[in-house]
Design a protein around this ligand. Sequence first.
Ligand SMILES: C[S@@+](CC[C@H](N)C(=O)[O-])C[C@H]1O[C@@H](n2cnc3c(N)ncnc32)[C@H](O)[C@@H]1O
Length: 261
Amino acid sequence: MTNKDDKDKKPDTNVRFQCSNTRTSIDLEYLNALEKYFGHDNESTIEKLQNFPKYVPEKNMISFLARNEIFRKILDVHGAVVECGVLFGGGLMSWAHFSSIYEPINLTRKIIGFDTFEGFTGAHEKDSVGDLGEKGDFASHAYEDLQECAKIFDMLRFKNHVQKIELVKGDFLKTSKQYLEDNPHLVIALLFLDFDVYEPTKAALELFFDRIPKGGIVAFDHLYYKGTAGETVATYETLGLSNYKIERFYWDPLISYIVKT
Ligand SMILES: C[S@@+](CC[C@H](N)C(=O)[O-])C[C@H]1O[C@@H](n2cnc3c(N)ncnc32)[C@H](O)[C@@H]1O
């Protein structure tokens, strides 16, 4: 995914975003410029957050809007939102906000996030390409941070006596079966697959697809993306690629979804 010219370009040692196999040098320049710009002292932190469109990278703005569209499609479908792969929690908290805004009284809409919070557990041969998926990549260590985030979020949330956000920490291959044993009542309205790698993606489809009622959604962050080939292979092996219409938003190159029929 690197431009032909990028290889010759020397990294700027004064900036934070340098090494990436999935970003071009222009992407990195853009991120570093944004990071530097965000550091200015003309606004307080809260003022910056209140003016978030000034600072949010385009990719994340697009992804936020796409998630909003997907969430609106499950408003009349019963069940939880399950985010497979939480990282720092931007996606997870998007679902939480949408639920709180659109359906404040829906006490059964849990937002459940699965992650090791220590990154990938390792690559499978079906992850093939090898520029993503090394053990420990994407370690966010954000479990405690997200508990605090949920606590602050709950301060203004209607019906905040009922927990909305649930985090399941650990390797999905181990935690998911236990989760189902502890929660045999689980119904899933939206399964959002963003593990990026083959094994947990396949396990999520095998374990959770039957928990989705008709009209529910399986969404993919990186289907048909070379760097995360395992996500597509796992989907191909479980659901097939021709059994459902794989839908998308014309303005988002990455997120796609199927509606269970
Ligand atoms: C691309 S990130 C998720 C991004 C996130 N959905 C967002 O919106 O920012 C992939 C995440 O999957 C997690 N992950 C990968 N393999 C896992 C496994 N076997 N069990 C649990 N989490 C896993 C990683 O720790 C990483 O945080």
